[in-house]
Design a protein. Sequence first.
Length: 89
Amino acid sequence: MPIVLNATSTCNMKPNTQEDKLICDTKLIIWDEVPMTYVHVFIAVDRLLQDLANCSLPFGGKVILLGGDFRQVLPVVLKGSRSLTVDIV
């Protein structure tokens, strides 16, 4: 993953490499701590898997198991103080 992420970020993985073969042979990807992941990471991984698998299905047709504790992520309270954000939970 690139350090600086935006909507057009891509992963630096080339086709016809050992890593490419490993990903193409993979049937299931388990992704833990998803609630802590920035949305542009999902977009970059989706783009990478579609490119490597040469498939336009989401995530290149791979089965992705997303895990994590959504209760650990506090809601966004616009212009709210820390006490307001914690009070909502």
